[in-house]
Design a protein around this ligand. Structure first.
Ligand SMILES: [Zn+2]
Length: 348
C-alpha cells in the first residue's frame, strides 16, 4: 500500500512508498481506510528535516497527523464499517507522568509522549491504518469532505476549554474575543468563539485572499491594523501567530481579568525591545492571565467533533484551499503563499 514518508532530520527525503507494509494488528483493532490527510506547518518542518522522529529501530517516518478515514472493520463494536473516523495524534508516555496516567496526555510533564506522524509513531498518510478504540474519534457522516479539520479543531477546543477553566476562577462574563492570525488555527479558534456567543475580532496582516471573507462569514470583524491600534480591550485573546511583536501587544491589549492564550510556536533566536515592567504592571493590576496551550486530549477531540458538526459545512469546506491526489504529494508538501489548508486526498 502507499505511504508518504520522510527520513527525519534529512531534508529532501520526502518519498511516496508504494509497497509500505499493511498496518500491524498491534496498532489497534480498528482497521481504517484513509480518505484524506490535512497538512500543516509541523509537517513542513518535518519535511524540511527540522523536526520529527521515526519509530524506534526504523529509518523512515510515515507522515500525517490530521487524519480522516473510514472504518473497514471494528471487531470491538465501538465503531461500525463505513463510519468516519479520525485518529488522536498523541499517546501517553510509558512512565507515565501524573497527567498521562489520567489520560491528560496533552499536559504530559516528562516529554516522553509519542505522536503519530511526528514523534516515534507512524502517521496516517497511508492507504490503511489501525487504531485502538480509545484513540478513534467517530465523526458525523456529513463531515466527510472536511473531517480532517478535526485535529486542528481539537487544538483550539483545548485552548477554549482551558480559557474557560481559568475564567472560572472568578465571576467571568466575557463578551469580546480577539484572535490574532487567520490561518487554520486562528479561523477555527474564531469559529469556536462565535459558537460561544462572543463578539469576535480576527487580526491578520493579509488584506487580500480568502481570509477577510471567511472571517466576515462567521459574523466576526476583520482587522489588519497592529494590535496596539485596536480600539477595544478584548476579554479573551487567542494568539495564533507566534510573532513576537504581535503576541507582546496582545498580552498588553487584554482588558481587566483578561485571558491570553498563546498557541503559536515562535522560532526564537530574535530579540526585540519591549517594556517588561509595563507588561508586568498591566498583568498584575488587571488580574490578567497569559498561558500557553498545545495539543489535545480525548475530551477535546470529542468537543471538536461536536463543534465541527454544528458549524456551517460550506464555511468549513472553504478552509480547504488545495486538495491534491496522493500522486501530487511533493506539491502538497510545498508551502504556497495564499493557502489556508492543503489536503492530500486518498480517494482521487
Ligand atoms: Zn506524560
Amino acid at each position: 500500500m502507499r505511504a508518504v514518508t520522510v527520513t527525519p532530520g534529512m531534508p529532501d527525503s520526502l518519498r511516496l512508498v508504494d509497497d509500505w507494509p499493511e498496518p500491524a494488528p498491534e496498532e489497534g483493532a480498528i482497521l481504517v481506510e484513509a480518505l484524506a490527510i490535512g497538512i500543516c506547518g509541523t509537517d513542513l518542518e518535518i519535511v524540511a528535516g527540522e523536526y520529527g522522529e521515526a519509530p524506534p529501530g526504523q529509518e523512515r517516518l510515515v507522515l500525517g497527523h490530521e487524519a480522516l478515514g473510514r472504518v473497514l472493520e471494528d471487531p470491538t463494536g465501538t465503531l461500525h464499517p463505513g463510519d468516519l473516523v479520525a485518529g488522536v495524534v498523541r499517546r501517553p508516555d510509558p512512565v507515565p507522568c501524573p497527567n498521562c496516567a489520567v489520560d491528560e496526555w496533552d499536559m504530559c510533564r516528562n516529554g516522553q509522549y509519542t505522536e503519530h506522524g511526528i514523534k516515534g509513531l507512524p502517521g496516517y498518510a497511508r492507504d490503511r491504518w489501525r487504531i485502538q478504540p480509545k484513540f478513534a474519534v467517530g465523526l458525523d457522516p456529513a463531515l466527510a469532505p472536511v473531517g480532517m479539520l478535526l485535529e486542528p479543531t481539537s487544538v483550539v477546543a483545548k485552548a477554549w476549554d482551558h480559557i474557560e477553566r481559568i475564567g472560572a476562577r472568578a465571576e467571568w462574563k466575557p463578551q469580546t474575543a480577539l484572535v490574532t492570525g487567520a490561518g487554520p488555527i486562528g479561523l477555527l479558534a474564531a469559529l469556536l468563539a462565535t459558537q460561544r456567543g462572543l463578539a469576535v475580532h480576527v487580526l491578520d496582516r493579509n488584506t487580500t485572499g480568502p481570509k477577510p471573507d471567511l472571517v466576515r462569514a462567521l459574523g466576526a470583524t476583520y482587522h489588519t491594523v497592529p494590535v496596539a491600534e485596536l480600539d477595544f480591550e478584548p476579554d479573551v485573546v487567542v494568539e495564533c501567530t507566534g510573532a513576537p511583536p504581535v503576541l507582546l501587544d496582545a498580552m498588553r491589549k487584554a482588558g481587566p481579568i483578561g485571558i491570553v492564550c498563546l498557541t503559536g510556536v515562535s522560532s526564537g533566536g530574535r530579540s526585540i525591545d519591549f517594556d517588561a515592567g509595563a507588561l508586568n504592571r498591566d498583568l498584575v493590576l488587571e488580574n490578567n492571565v497569559v498561558f500557553g496551550s498545545v495539543n489535545a486530549n480525548r475530551r477535546h477531540w470529542d468537543m471538536a467533533a461536536e463543534a465541527l458538526a454544528r458549524a456551517d459545512r460550506s464555511w468549513l469546506e472553504s478552509l480547504i484551499t488545495r486538495r491534491l491526489p496522493v500522486s501530487a504529494y511533493a506539491e502538497a508538501y510545498t508551502h504556497t503563499g495564499g493557502d489556508i489548508k492543503t489536503v492530500l486526498d486518498f480517494t482521487i
